[in-house]
Write a protein that binds this ligand. Structure first.
Ligand code: IVH
Length: 683
């Protein structure tokens, strides 16, 4: 009886095989074509393994193009680039997750070698998380660069590869060879790139790998240049033909001819040392300026590679060791709809508290309703959350297998959760919007934005105080901030607002009137005009009156201004309410630039740091990052974003990592502590 029940309950092997195949194909499609991970690596490997085992047990249900037979494919059908067949297929690697898996791998290697003479040696390398590339040089000159694609055929992205500074057009020797490596976006660049994208209202990149692989497929190689990609090589195709006996030798040769490697190639024979080195890199990877998702272990003796052999997907002489995932699962308790200063209403996941990459997480981003539907996320679900390099945690997927049936579908709000007015969904956009200009959430958001450090830099205006002042009607919009002194006595009676703090607040308000025009412009909160564009527009217009009178065409001529921004700025200055606000702010003495005199934003300051370049790294104790940047610029210096020969000074905080190492290697950079830097400013 029981048996019969089981058969009815369970899926037939054929159905399960079909289901697994479909799921894996979908995950592959998202991963390789859309650069998006719908499931964690561990989850993916589990499904693939289940499929492999079922196919072995029931070979009659295995189809030829099962995902167990090929490397996940990038859809080449929609490709804008010329397709090129790889001379040798670009293989993938098998994954391992612990030292037992690694030892099992080395035992398999040994078993495949007829007569093992000496102890086998392995090379331990970093596994870079980027986009793989195959580059062909002919007589020392770069001929072609091709993405992995489906492993057999890739896209010709030569133009874009030439725009990457660290890939030489000419090698130091006139050799002909094909090399393989990884294109990555340095973490520091990734961070600034996302900041810029946030400002422009563009979708941010979920992780550096997405950013690297998206950038590589840009039609315009100028964009590739600006993004600042980097490249590291780890493989020479048919290395044996060039006389190399070991993989390590071939890596050293890459360096010798001018191709960058990570420089990490530990030679290991003993598995207890392997375990120690794995643990070492797991901690050390946090200090690198590129994302690594694990290590790669390769048999060092190239002459044995053929004998050890290959599967259809991967070499048997190498294995990837994946670091524990930065993803964890937790329960989705509910969803809060947040109203931002622009009226955008976004869903935030309220989670059962969980630890992720060393911090406690209770909330995560769900982006928008379309994402919730696409990922089929329900309240009560067990969800995967992840933290991609320095961004707020986000919900990646839900685990459908453990649903009890009690989970509830997310309901789209029709009314603003704060002011209850009917929400709008803009045509073509997925965002819900509250369009009530008097919505307290919008007003509160715009005031907090206006007083923030990068804008008017008014201190003493915490969100609780703003809320209280709104309730008491001391402020109704940003202009009222400059009349707060009329409420001085009442302010002093407010909770936690003694005479001193009121004086300080009013003093800070007064001081803010002379903020540079680029900052006051940013503070207005014109849609899409963030820090970066605030600077650009201020430099060009020199005064708000000039900016307000510009036509859309004139705005479009400014570097960095596209259709969306031009439209937004143009419309802003044609709105009665905005003009009224600017007029009022001007009457209080807020600086909005002057055509003739106020050239602060345009002309570089001359000072003791003129002509000198600076960069800081590690945790600074005495300065906030923006403060130190401002200080350097106010003395005429220039801030750089990476260590290069152009760098004069590196200011080092606590736990400095790869930047310090690189600066030391260069030998031309002066390395300063924060105190030494302070001395320098005074000299
Ligand atoms: S060796 C036959 N070495 O990881 C040689 N791959 O999951 C196969 N990767 O497709 C590649 N760092 O894109 C190798 N040090 C490294 C690597 C590395 C990153 C990537 C590469 C490969 C994928 C396999």
């Amino acid at each position: 009886m029981l048996k019969l029940f089981e058969i009815v309950e369970d899926k037939s092997p054929k159905d399960r095989i079909d289901e697994l195949r479909k799921d894996i194909e979908r995950y592959n499609y998202y991963y390789y074509t859309k650069n998006e991970s719908l499931v964690s690596d561990i989850e993916f490997d589990k499904l693939l393994k289940e499929l492999e085992e079922l196919e072995k047990k029931y070979p009659e249900y295995k189809i030829e193009n099962s995902p167990t037979n090929y490397v996940g494919a990038t859809s080449l059908k929609e490709s804008k680039f010329k397709k090129v067949v790889h001379k040798k297929p670009m293989l993938s690697l098998n994954n391992s997750y612990n030292i037992t898996d690694v030892i099992a791998f080395t035992e398999r290697v040994e078993k495949n070698i007829d007569s093992v003479q000496n102890e086998l040696e392995y090379v331990l390398e970093l596994k870079l998380d980027g986009a793989s590339i195959s580059v062909t040089y002919e007589n020392g000159e770069l001929l072609r660069a091709v993405t992995r694609g489906d492993g057999v055929e890739g896209e010709d992205v030569t133009e874009n590869i030439l725009a990457i500074e660290s890939i030489p057009n000419f090698l130091k020797e006139a050799v002909s060879l094909e090399v393989r490596g990884e294109i990555v976006l340095p973490l520091s660049r990734f961070k600034t790139l996302n900041e810029e994208r946030l400002e422009l209202g563009e979708e941010i990149f979920a992780n550096p790998r997405n950013a690297a692989s998206g950038t590589l497929r840009q039609i315009d190689s100028e964009i590739v240049k600006e993004r600042g990609l980097d490249a590291y090589f780890y493989f020479i195709v048919d290395a044996e033909q060039y006389g190399f006996k070991t993989h390590k030798e071939s890596l050293e040769y890459l360096e010798k001819i001018g191709l960058k490697t990570t420089g990490v190639a530990d030679l290991i024979t003993d598995m207890s040392i392997m375990e120690k080195r794995i643990a070492f890199w797991e901690a050390e990877k946090e200090n690198l300026d590129y994302e690594t998702d694990g290590l790669v272990i390769k048999l060092n003796d190239i002459t044995l590679w053929e004998e050890v052999g290959y599967t259809t997907k991967s070499p048997r002489w190498a294995i990837a060791y994946k670091f524990p995932a930065k993803q964890v699962t937790t329960e989705l308790l509910g969803i809060t709809w947040q109203v931002g200063r622009t009226g955008k209403v976004t869903p935030v996941a309220e989670l059962k508290e969980v630890e992720l990459s060393g911090s406690k997480v209770k909330r995560a981003s769900l982006h928008n309703m379309d994402e919730i539907i696409r990922k089929d996320i329900r309240v009560g679900d067990r969800v995967f959350i992840e933290k991609a390099a320095e961004i707020i945690p986000q919900v990646v997927s839900s685990v459908k297998e453990v649903r009890t049936g009690a989970e509830k579908e997310v309901v789209v709000p029709t009314n603003c959760p704060v002011c209850n007015s009917v929400l709008e969904k803009e045509d073509g956009l997925v965002d819900l919007k509250c369009v009530n200009p008097s919505c307290p959430a919008i007003i509160q958001g715009s005031i907090e934005y206006f007083v923030s450090r990068d804008a008017m830099n008014i201190s003493g205006f915490g969100s609780k105080i703003v809320e209280r002042m709104l309730q008491l009607h001391y402020i109704k919009d940003i202009t009222d901030i400059f009349e707060l002194h009329q409420h001085k006595d009442e302010l002093m009676t407010l909770d936690k607002m003694g005479e001193k703090s009121v004086e300080k607040l009013l003093g800070s308000i007064e001081k803010s009137k002379s903020r540079p025009y680029s900052k006051t412009l940013y503070a207005l909160g014109i849609p899409f005009v963030g820090k970066f564009l605030g600077d650009v527009l201020a430099k060009k217009s020199k005064s708000i009156d000039v900016l307000a009178s510009m036509s859309k065409e004139e705005l479009l001529e400014i570097d960095g201004v596209g259709e969306k921004v031009a439209e937004s700025v143009y419309n802003y200055f044609r709105d009665e309410k905005s003009l009224e606000i600017i007029q009022k702010l001007k009457s209080f003495g807020v600086n909005f630039g002057k055509v003739a005199e106020d050239k602060k934003d345009e002309v570089k300051v001359e000072g003791k740091f003129t002509g000198k370049t600076f960069l800081f790294t590690g945790k600074l104790q005495k300065f906030k990052r923006e403060e130190i940047k401002d200080l350097i610029e106010s003395l005429g210096g220039t801030n750089l974003s990476s260590v290069s020969k152009k760098l004069d000074y590196l200011i080092v905080g606590e736990d400095a990592g790869s930047k310090l190492k690189k600066a030391e290697e260069l030998g031309t950079v002066k390395i300063l502590t924060e105190d030494e830097f302070l001395e320098l400013t005074k000299e």
